[in-house]
Write a new protein. Structure first.
Length: 266
């Protein structure tokens, strides 16, 4: 990864969801600008306390390293995000946070995050790495977020314009996130390569009879998984992919938990 520090120039950045995650991130990042040593020298950053900024995100990208924690509370599914060079779909894993469009059931009306698991995709907000030129990545921030200000919070840079301790730790976190995102994309591509995915659908009713339906995602086909050659299963096991597959399959049982959240809200 190149140039992960504050930029000295201002080329037009590609939105952060292009590096890792579905286009739903456009509901989160509203005014993405590159972090600039001069323009943002006096800026400070407050931690996100009000998650109403994510209230309309019913699915969020999740890395493979988060599957175990996510599966304890939410379903993990795969959504189409493009087409590979060979014409096969490109998919990305997401944690389902709602069962209806534009509704995140983990965000309370007051903005509290009502869950133990908070995806790294959201924890990095208001920052992200964005692609600026080929394989070049730079640090960007959502300048529309009020917590990115001139008065309160952690300083972004020191008096000499160098990264503050806060920014240094942030860059380490973003580096790790991008590394995990790359590994996760390879894992998802492997599932497509082995033709292990099938279309998924959620159908049900709340206690008052209100229908609940969610479509447009993929899940691992257990029958196809059982039919894999032994050598392929061993390869998946040694690479860690088999553990991720099992975490995904177990997580689908959390659909009932989401339905319970929806029933309480309704």
């Amino acid at each position: 990864m190149t140039n992960p520090s504050p930029a000295d120039t201002t080329p037009s950045p590609t939105p952060p969801q292009a590096t890792a995650g579905p286009a739903a991130a456009s509901a989160l990042y509203r005014d993405v600008v590159l972090v600039d040593r001069k323009a943002h020298a006096g800026k400070r950053v407050q931690p996100v306390q009000d998650w109403r900024i994510a209230a309309e995100m019913n699915a969020v990208f999740v890395t493979g390293s988060e599957f175990a924690a996510a599966a304890r509370e939410f379903p993990i599914a795969f959504v189409p995000v493009g087409t590979q060079a060979d014409g096969k779909p490109e998919v990305s894993p997401v944690v389902l946070l709602g069962l209806r469009e534009r509704e995140n059931l983990t965000v309370t009306p007051s903005g509290r995050w009502d869950a133990r698991f908070l995806p790294a995709f959201l924890r990095r907000y208001p920052f992200a790495y964005v692609r600026t030129d080929g394989e070049r990545f730079s640090l960007a921030v959502d300048s529309a977020w009020p917590g990115f200000n001139d008065r309160e919070g952690q300083p972004l840079m020191d008096g000499q314009g160098e990264p503050s301790p806060f920014l240094t730790e942030l860059l380490k976190f973003l580096d790790a996130f991008e590394d995990e995102a790359a590994r996760t994309r390879r894992f998802a591509s492997r599932l497509v390569e082995l033709d292990l995915l099938r279309g998924g659908e959620i159908n049900g009713k709340l206690a008052d009879g209100t229908p609940v339906q969610a479509q447009g995602f993929f899940m691992v086909d257990e029958a196809k998984l059982r039919d894999l050659p032994d050598a392929t299963v061993l390869d998946l096991h040694r690479s860690g992919a088999l553990g991720l597959i099992h975490a995904h399959l177990v997580s689908m049982g959390q659909v009932e938990s989401l339905a319970a959240r929806l029933a309480r809200r309704s």
